[in-house]
Design a protein around this ligand. Structure first.
Ligand code: NDP
Length: 316
């Protein structure tokens, strides 16, 4: 893209952000508001950054929010702050990369609320900033971003409360994980074609892709194997999240009325948080917006298996 093209893209983006900021101020009508103060929303990794803002905004809309964090002190402090604003927020410790932690959280949710209505899988890690592209922490990145999200979904699917408004799962992902992204995609054409076709998509294919990548990292052969070029381990983890979102949407599609579960993912943009070293061009509040918008979509507009950014559907 030339200099002029970049400027036009920047101007379009700024216009869109202004439009979203206007939309955010519009109150939901009573017809659109399907939720109540009894509606339970769980947000992972919510002690800071985008997760904290998603928890904040959902609570401002009047939901009961379970703010979870792996570090109990940080999580409790974040929840106390929101409760200080008069919001209905409760803290619970949860490390998505530890099966025992997810299981004990699930037990607590079952006993206290009998399930949940909205699950936001936000917890994530990335160890690259700027022009770095190290895969030193690839195992942790895949274990948290992909397997952590997958574990949450596997355990909580049966605990999403039946409702005519539809239970909702939202995965916080990234455009870096697009199958067919212009600049950052899987180079292997055969694999890419398989990943793009719904019929070929399976849990085995996704898990094998992740395992294959990690195996190549261990062997030191990953660099010559056509993985996404930027923040490779992180991009592979988010690619897997996107694929799993599509797969689960298909698996959940046949559920009967009253038991529907809608699952989508979104990219918050390039957000000024600890993860980006406070670089980025959007605030955490702006980054949370599309996530909250999807989680609260009025029933008539519900959709599943889609990828969003800036309140619009984008391609996988
Ligand atoms: P932050 O680093 O600010 O927040 C990440 C959160 O995830 C922290 O609360 C962190 O906890 C938590 N976390 C990490 N590992 C675990 C774990 N095993 N169990 C539970 N919680 C965990 O980053 P962001 O707010 O920017 O990121 C939020 C999400 O948005 C991530 O999924 C990220 O990949 C995604 N994203 C961010 C973008 C950006 O530009 N910032 C762009 C695209 C996507 P702790 O404080 O203990 O480390």
């Amino acid at each position: 893209m030339g200099k002029q093209g970049k400027e036009r893209a920047k101007a379009r983006r700024e216009q869109r952000l202004q439009e979203i900021s206007r939309l955010r101020k519009l109150p939901y009508s009573s017809v659109e508001r399907w939720w109540s103060s009894e509606t339970v929303a769980v947000v992972t990794g919510a002690n800071r950054g985008i997760g904290y803002e998603i928890a904040h905004q959902l609570a401002v809309h009047g939901l009961r929010v379970i703010l979870t964090a792996r570090d109990a002190d940080r999580g409790r402090a974040a929840a106390d702050g929101l409760r200080g604003e008069g919001l209905n927020v409760e803290f619970r410790q949860l490390d998505v990369s530890r099966p025992d932690s997810v299981e004990s959280f699930a037990k607590w949710i079952a006993e206290k609320y009998g399930g949940l209505d909205i699950m936001v899988n936000n917890a994530g890690v990335n160890f690259n900033t700027g022009a770095n592209n190290s895969v030193e922490f690839a195992e942790e990145v895949i274990a948290t971003n992909y397997f952590g999200t997958k574990r949450m979904i596997e355990i909580f699917i049966s605990m999403m409360r039946p409702t005519t408004s539809g239970a909702r799962i939202l995965n916080v992902s990234s455009r870096l994980g697009r199958v067919n992204g212009r600049r950052n995609r899987v180079g292997d054409m055969t694999l890419r074609e398989q990943l793009l076709k719904d019929d070929c998509l399976s849990e085995e294919l996704i898990d094998d892709m992740a395992a294959n990548f990690l195996c190549q990292v261990k062997e030191g052969t990953w660099a010559s194997n056509e993985w996404p070029q930027m923040y490779t381990d992180y991009s592979v983890s988010k690619l897997a999240v996107n694929l799993y979102t599509r797969l689960m949407a298909r698996r959940l599609a046949d559920r009967p009325e009253g038991h529907k579960i809608y699952i989508n993912c979104y990219c918050p943009g390039w957000v000024k948080t600890a993860m980006t070293g406070w670089a980025g061009n959007a605030s955490a509040e702006e980054g949370a917006d599309t996530g909250v918008w999807i989680a609260l979509l009025p029933c008539q507009q519900l959709t599943t298996g889609k990828f969003f950014a800036e309140r619009r559907e984008i391609s996988f």
